[in-house]
Design a protein around this ligand. Structure first.
Ligand code: B12
Length: 220
């Protein structure tokens, strides 16, 4: 049976929304085998997660289901989609250094890890500090690695202020002048970026790569 793009997309979406790991793996493998662009398949996983988040918010799904969906999505991304994206990527040449992490109090790491992978594939050396990273830890990492850019991810409205606190901590340690700060995560808006004095914002991983290149004046 030949799967068309829309059929693959529907199969991926339906299996994630019904937490069917086996079907999701099957549909993803099939999509990749048939030569579909892994970026497109990643977009379907991302938009399905957003839908699951909305269903959680309106009480249709419970926390256990949110956890389940997060785990299944992580498997699909790290074991199937990222290796495929890497294969199609160009040869690695280091064009800059980036420290990235999810801010303190926040353990969402799917989006941050995708951003880290895309930056790495674009030629940046990425130091990923993981999740629940305090402003002090970011400061220490800037001292240790001297990156040109740091990336702060926050998925909760309650952890968004930690992005501002991290920028303040860099200022207090007189490091703000030597490092650019980019922020991201679903609650981040352009207004927020201006309010906290960040240097840029990326709505998704592709935008994140573009903004970093723009900030560092690296041509495409
Ligand atoms: C999966 C998930 C979880 C998983 C996370 C698993 C994991 N390992 O990451 C688990 C189950 C652990 C979880 C827990 C919770 N979650 Co949750 N979760 C989600 C969900 C469904 C998907 C997030 C995701 O991975 N999206 C897919 C990725 C690819 O997208 P993304 O994260 O947005 O990242 C992209 C961009 O934002 C951007 N980006 C991200 N980071 C960065 C960084 C930089 C520098 C740049 C430039 C760009 C960038 O690029 C990424 C790639 O395209 C969202 C729904 C949603 N709408 O986001 C809720 C959501 C974020 N969670 C929510 C909540 C409330 C919680 C809990 C508080 C639930 C609870 N009662 O315990 C806890 C909090 C735990 C904590 N302390 O962090 C709310 C947040 C509401 C709010 N506005 O504050 C959401 C929005 C669901 C909802 N609609 O209610 N969650």
């Amino acid at each position: 049976m030949v799967f068309q793009v829309s059929k693959i997309n529907t199969a991926i979406k339906e299996s994630l929304l019904t937490f069917d790991r086996e079907k999701l793996i099957e549909a993803t493998k099939k999509g990749l085998d048939e030569g579909h662009d892994p970026h497109d398949l990643l977009d379907v996983v991302t938009s399905s997660l957003r839908e699951i988040g909305d269903k959680f918010e309106n009480g249709e799904f419970f926390l256990a289901e949110l956890i389940n969906a997060g785990e299944i999505a992580k498997t699909i991304i790290s074991e199937y989609l990222e290796p495929s994206l890497k294969k199609s990527g160009s040869e690695r040449k280091v064009i800059g250094h980036i420290v990235i992490g999810t801010v303190a109090g926040d353990i969402h790491d799917i989006g941050k890890s995708i951003v880290a992978s895309m930056l790495s594939m674009a030629g940046f050396e990425v130091i990923d500090l993981g999740v629940d990273v305090s402003p002090d830890k970011f400061v220490e990492a800037v001292k240790e690695h001297s990156p040109e850019v740091i990336g702060l991810s926050a998925l909760l409205t309650t952890t968004l202020p930690i992005q501002r606190e991290t920028i303040k901590a860099l200022e207090e340690n007189k490091l703000r002048g030597q490092v650019k700060v980019i922020v991201g995560g679903s609650p981040v808006t352009e207004d927020w970026v201006k309010e906290i004095g960040a240097d840029g914002y990326g709505e998704d991983a592709i935008e994140a790569v573009k903004i970093v290149k723009r900030i560092l004046d690296i041509s495409e």
